[in-house]
Design a protein around this ligand. Structure first.
Ligand code: S3P
Length: 424
């Protein structure tokens, strides 16, 4: 395999976080919500499955990425007949838990082997403080969870982690609570819940890293178009930025400032990325991106930027291997509790390919510039690991043998096909 410039244009699929929320909020709104450019990833399909199981009719026109959700209002969900299956999706598990905490029924929710290892104490604690009856069935702080609906009371919660899943879970419970609910984070995480709920008619005020919700009487259906997912675009941005002679035009990419940290970091590393046609789509900032290949140098990635690029750290680690000098990633301990332990798995895989990477307690230190070669990589069925190592292969000109690479379907079912379109 030869390392060739990336040329041409591509439209990445819809944003995963926004697609999930469009189903959830659409289900809780009165009337039919129409969603265009919906992501047909397995995670978002898990969310659809859960709401169908609670009596919501969701029409998914997969050929057009168009979804119609026939919402029944805040009090329209019905008790599911069996355990809700959240698959691999942390967003589904944590956000739905906030909604379930206030329903007039009980249910259980679970997911795959990865989801059953991820920490749920971070939502159990604040939801319990609101009056919820939610417990980890095996007593290990993970799914399966049992939730018995209760009357909830609004809280002011100081979250120990910058996590949009935690924040959103609490705000969704707050839709049903007596009184207002405020969540404050150490640093602001992605704010799609705040932006979107406002579009569905809720009253939310945001102040720095705090969001306050006044419980609404009802939410109302709307039409929305999901922007392209910057987390999916990240793989092609990285390859194009690092391969000399590349010129890649990525259309319709969401550039919400709570998500665009990768662009700020790459520009600081010397990347040539420009925004064209900046606009607002369904309350979210969007642009077309033009990327030219150049030489990158190492940098420090830590502090408030971390939540704005949390899902991109595996691919940023790949980029750092091909940049000149040292890159230090810190304040990123959250990576250990994603679909896999992404600090350990990236360190192991990049080292196997010949990179100079040291794992630290909250990140990695990467000394770039060593030649990489193919190796056997176990994706741990983590979609972002599989895509990151595919790009590592493209950048070194030797494709690693990635085990379980099919897991890209979680967030980007057409990833390998799209990549083929731009490698000349
Ligand atoms: C997400 C939030 C992030 C991110 C995940 C999607 C969301 O998780 O990693 O892929 O849609 O709210 P945390 O909130 O746990 O950091």
């Amino acid at each position: 395999m030869k390392k060739t410039p990336l040329l041409g244009e591509l439209t990445v699929p819809g944003d995963k976080s926004i697609s999930h929320r469009s189903i959830m909020f659409g289900a809780l709104a009165k009337g039919t919500t129409k969603v265009e450019n919906f992501l047909q990833g397995a995670d978002c399909l898990s969310t659809i499955g859960c709401f169908r199981a609670m009596g919501i009719s969701v029409e998914n026109h997969t050929d057009q990425n168009l979804v119609l959700i026939h919402g029944k209002g805040l009090h329209g969900l019905t008790e599911p007949e069996s355990v809700l299956n959240c698959g691999n999706s942390g967003t589904t598990t944590r956000l739905i838990s906030g909604i379930l905490a206030a329903q007039p029924f009980s249910c259980e929710l679970t997911g795959d082997a990865s989801i059953r290892k991820r920490p749920m104490g971070r939502i159990i604690t604040p939801l319990t403080a609101m009056g919820a009856d939610i417990s980890s069935i095996n007593g290990d702080g993970c799914a399966p969870l049992r939730i018995r609906g209760r009357r909830l009371t609004g809280i002011r919660y100081q979250s120990p982690v910058a996590s949009a899943q935690v924040k959103s879970s609490i705000l969704l419970a707050g839709l049903y609570a007596n009184g207002t609910t405020t969540v404050t984070e150490p640093y602001l995480s992605r704010n799609h819940t705040e932006r979107m709920l406002e579009g569905f008619g809720a009253k939310i005020t945001c102040d720095g890293a705090s969001a306050t919700l006044m419980p609404p009487e009802e939410l109302f259906a709307r039409e929305l178009t999901v922007p392209g997912d910057i987390s999916s675009a990240a793989y092609f941005i990285t390859a194009a930025a690092l391969i000399p002679g590349s010129e890649l035009f990525l259309k319709n990419v969401g550039i919400n400032p709570t998500r665009d940290g990768i662009l700020r970091v790459y520009r600081a590393m010397g990347a040539d990325i420009s925004f064209l046609n900046e606009r607002t789509v369904s309350g979210e900032p969007v642009a077309d991106l033009l990327i030219h290949g150049s030489r990158l140098h190492g940098t420090a990635v830590g502090g408030p930027v971390i939540p704005t690029l949390i899902d991109e750290l595996p691919i940023i680690a790949v980029a750092a291997c091909f940049a000149e000098g040292e890159t230090v990633i810190s304040d990123a301990a959250e990576l250990k509790v994603k679909e896999s332990n992404r600090i350990a798995v990236m360190t192991e895989g990049l080292s196997a390919m010949g990179a100079d990477v040291t794992e630290t307690g909250d990140g990695m230190i990467i000394r770039g510039g060593r030649p990489l070669k193919a190796a056997v990589i176990d994706s741990r069925l983590d979609h972002r690991i599989a895509m990151s190592f595919t790009i590592a292969g493209l950048l070194c000109g030797e494709m690693p043998d990635i085990r379980g690479g099919d897991c890209v379907k979680i967030s980007y079912p057409g990833f390998y096909e799209d990549l083929q379109k731009i490698v000349s």
